[in-house]
Design a protein around this ligand. Structure first.
Ligand SMILES: [Fe+2]
Ligand SMILES: [Fe+2]
Length: 290
């Protein structure tokens, strides 16, 4: 059996921040600076979270049996964080629906993808979760590191995205470490092969589905055809270019010796927490996952 050295920082604390967003005042339909394409891509991402994050939790929990105590604790904190994210994005998606968007096609697509993944068994599920958690973590890093991505967005909605990004960075190693634990008897080659194949598959689906989802929402705003493609592709790949800017970090996943915590970006969390100090205290205690 190979023994894995887990480079997750020993002093990392995964702390669910039980915050609520957008309950008091309605944000405008085009909450992202009045821009159709910017609102559409964030709304498309949000439509996947409640279903997707429940799947991540289910996948990690399915293989956690016998995990060492530190990892078991991290899985609990991860579960709690994802459950709160789902609650907040569910509320966000309801507001988008109230503003007139129909997200049902987008949600249905996620369900279809997950049905295919689930049929492939628990290792495939953890591999898909680990790949998507890497995606979320590098998107989160970019979102927090570069203010251009949320420029012009309505304040509280922007705060929801920063809060979520922050916790995604904090728990970015959990699915990965769970995978290392679950596949501890596999050879390095087999691990790499499955991990790389699943990442390529997940990336293709992610790019195709989120682009299609955003175009569908833009269509609901009356923007279609070449104009829609031009606006969306420029936003994602040219300026502020979220997808282009995460490419180098995405590529690192394939390097031998990769681990999400090879890059310690906790300074971004510290900056967020310092700004959020003025945020109202949560009114309810965080109920930790079992
Ligand atoms: Fe999340
Ligand atoms: Fe996550």
């Amino acid at each position: 059996m190979s023994t894995a050295i887990l480079p997750t920082p020993a002093n990392l604390s995964i702390t669910p921040r039980d915050r609520r967003f957008g309950r008091d005042a309605a944000a405008p339909r085009l909450w992202h600076g009045g821009r159709v394409e910017a609102t559409a891509i964030y709304n498309a991402l949000s439509s996947t979270f409640p279903i997707g994050e429940a799947y991540f939790v289910e996948s990690v929990r399915a293989v956690r049996h016998g995990a060492p105590p530190k990892l078991a604790e991290e899985i609990k904190a991860f579960t709690t964080q994802e459950a709160i994210h789902s609650r907040e994005h569910d509320a966000f998606n309801k507001r988008a629906a109230e503003a007139g968007y129909d997200l049902s096609k987008l949600e249905q697509r996620v369900e279809e993808r997950l049905a295919v993944a689930r049929a492939r068994g628990s290792f495939a599920n953890v591999a898909a979760t680990m790949a998507l958690e890497h995606f979320t973590a590098i998107l989160a890093h970019q979102l927090l590191a570069n203010p251009a991505h949320l420029e012009g967005a309505e304040d509280e909605t922007a705060d929801l995205w920063r809060w979520h990004a922050c916790e995604e960075i904090e728990h970015k190693g959990v699915a990965y470490d769970t995978w290392l634990f679950a596949t501890r008897d596999w050879s390095r080659w087999k691990r790499w092969k499955v991990k790389a194949k699943v990442m390529l598959y997940v990336t293709r689906n992610f790019l195709v589905d989120r682009t299609a989802g955003a175009l569908e929402l833009m269509r609901q705003d009356g923007v279609t055809g070449i104009r829609a493609w031009r606006l969306l592709l420029t936003y994602l790949w040219v300026r502020p270019a979220m997808f282009r800017k995460i490419f180098a970090a995405w590529l690192k996943y394939f390097l031998p010796g990769f681990h999400p915590w090879n890059e310690d970006d906790r300074h971004l969390l510290a900056a967020y927490d310092a700004c959020a100090k003025d945020a109202p205290e949560p009114t309810r205690k965080v109920r930790r996952a079992a």
